[in-house]
Design a protein around this ligand. Sequence first.
Ligand code: 5AD
Ligand code: SF4
Length: 473
Amino acid sequence: MERNGTVSEKELERQKEYMARMRELNEGFFAENGRRRKMHITTFGCQMNAHDSEKLAGILKEMGYVETEEEKDADFIIYNTCCVRENAENKVYGNLGYLKNRKKQNPDMRIALCGCMMQQKSVLQTIKEKYKHVDIVFGTFNLYKLAELLYINMTTNSPVFDIWKEHGEIVEDLPAIRHFKYKASVNIMFGCDNFCSYCIVPYVRGRERSRCPQDILNEVKALAADGVKEVTLLGQNVNSYGKGLDEKISFAELLRLVNDVEGIERIRFMTSHPKDLSDELIYAMRDCEKVCRHIHLPFQAGNNEILRVMNRHYTKEYYLSLVEKIRKEIPDISVTTDIMVGFPGEGEKEIEDTIDVIKKAKFNSAFTFIYSKRTGTPAAVMENRVSEEDAKRNFNRVLDVLNDVIYEQNKLKVGNVYKVLADDVSAGDESYITGRLDDNSLVHFKGDRSLLGKIFDVRITDCKTFYLIGEKV
Ligand code: 5AD
Ligand code: SF4
């Protein structure tokens, strides 16, 4: 059955056939060696990639692999790569160099590369020339083919490269292993049409396409039935959800539908582009009791000329008025952002505008990046480059202001009681639990594992820049 030309059950059946064949091969390995083959996935980049890795893990489990925490124990290693900034790419090359010797010691080991970085021709060329120990390379449009590609590689013993230039159908109902039992991500759309002049995402993730609301709702309902309380709806630019679907539906309408799913208690979404954040969405957030009081709204830079050259389609004044409008409708909302420093043409006046936005918007948290030149994007050929030294100095200035602003925002919470979803045991201290407030603030408090996955009241007793400290009441 095909719905909107996006779903292929036939393709899923084909992949299930390959999963079964792989399982047979792996059962053979188990019979011979008395242990199951182990796999390890390293994820670079954003939540979209993290969610893709959950799908890869689901497929690998179907094929009879068991997950290992330690890459060095793995028989099958996948790097799910990112190419938004150069340092993420360098890390992959560094790791690959190191794996060369390991593979010599264990020729049965398999290495696969996938994700955004692989969508670039030059990368594929480099892998073929310099990293001949890589067994399988695939891209962002065909990760559902993992079983088939691995099967071909295992049975022919030759490398397999399968990169698509553009998207095919959206394959629904892939198996997935969720990282958390109580919270899950759900793709609502793929790709991006915005072409910000610095950004490589539209070239490696393709054109925007939305999943049918019914498929999304079915997935959310299935997650709720499986004990999930919090869903994060994922898209590069969720505000343009629905474009191109036969059915007329906006992101705000989708939020209201997801809000009605029984069992789900919290709804988050990522990422919103300021240029098309509608009043309708603000009202939906205000009205839907399950939609979290948090919006991630990247502003990138504060200077209007820089914003124009970035192709962002808004001004500093528009951005600030938008934040004001959101805070007026939803007073307890937290606003978080992405900031880029060192874009071509950025000087003293320009960085002051960025700092001004930080002070005025009073962000609750932010990701900050130094501009990284991405070959193939319009910004890569701009001449007025900022020196590394200036970029680093401005980056630190921005961080200083930002940290003060965030700390002030956190201080306002001390003494208050908030609902917290307990996520995990604290990394540093087993007697502490980490959780998230509705507004996405991170909180540490005394407790034990029995609290994980539950939502309860926590009083905030103290704060640092990057987290709150509390006690369960
Ligand atoms: N250099 C630095 N940061 C970038 N981002 C996107 N492209 C680049 C680049 N070339 C940042 C933006 C975006 C976030 C996901 O990554 O801030 O919002
Ligand atoms: Fe990149 Fe801009 Fe699309 Fe975000 S909206 S993915 S920054 S092109």
